[in-house]
Design a protein around this ligand. Sequence first.
Ligand code: SAH
Length: 241
Amino acid sequence: MKLSNIRVVLVQTTHPGNIGAAVRAMKNMGLEKLYLVEPKHFPHADATARASGADDLLATAVVCETLEGALAGCGLVFGASARLRTIAWPQVNPRQCASVISTLDDTAEVALVFGREHAGLTNEELEQCHYLVHIPANPEFSSLNLAAAVQVLAYEARVACVDEVASQETGVTSSPMATADEMAGFYRHLEQTIIDIGFLDPANPRQLMRRLRRLFNRAHLDKMELNILRGIFAAAQKNIN
Ligand code: SAH
């Protein structure tokens, strides 16, 4: 996995100084891609000042209207959360996150998503992530400054990815990974299929799609596997009645 293919996504950041401090942390660790979802103030002099020389990353930052837009093309998405959530979502610590990243091939695109200073990420946003990543901090004071959280994850990614031996020992998928937009299409197809075959009652969906998302996210589908499964859905839909 190339460190330069890891994108940092900041959602609705309030303080531009935090954006600057985040790119400084990124550039220190060899990360290059910043995506900003609806930043409150950007560009801004405070961001440039806090970037202290990493302002080239501010210049190439991509500003998006939605999180979905910022994740387009990403095969694997981690959502950083200061709180342990009530939703049971697969959870890793920064080292485990970095270890997963280091096993991916050089074409993989990965996103690390960070929330608002005051409110973090919503459950809906976390559901767009394959994993929740929590920095095991003091449980009585667990919320790090946004840029400090970026620093911890970026550092762990660097340590894991520059250790080439470690990444060679672990498996690499043969077909490129399915991207986030392909996975979104996959889930729409899956949902429609299980409605069509009478397995999911849209009037009473319960937690079924959430559970299925969790299951398939854990599998890190590559493009070929995704196409096989979509072929099965299409055949099932064709053969109803
Ligand atoms: N008050 C917010 C915390 C926001 S801190 C809350 O309770 O959710 C801003 C962002 O930094 C968070 O959304 C998260 O992405 C990241 N962050 C802060 N502390 C973290 C921690 N301990 N583990 C993982 N991410 C953290």
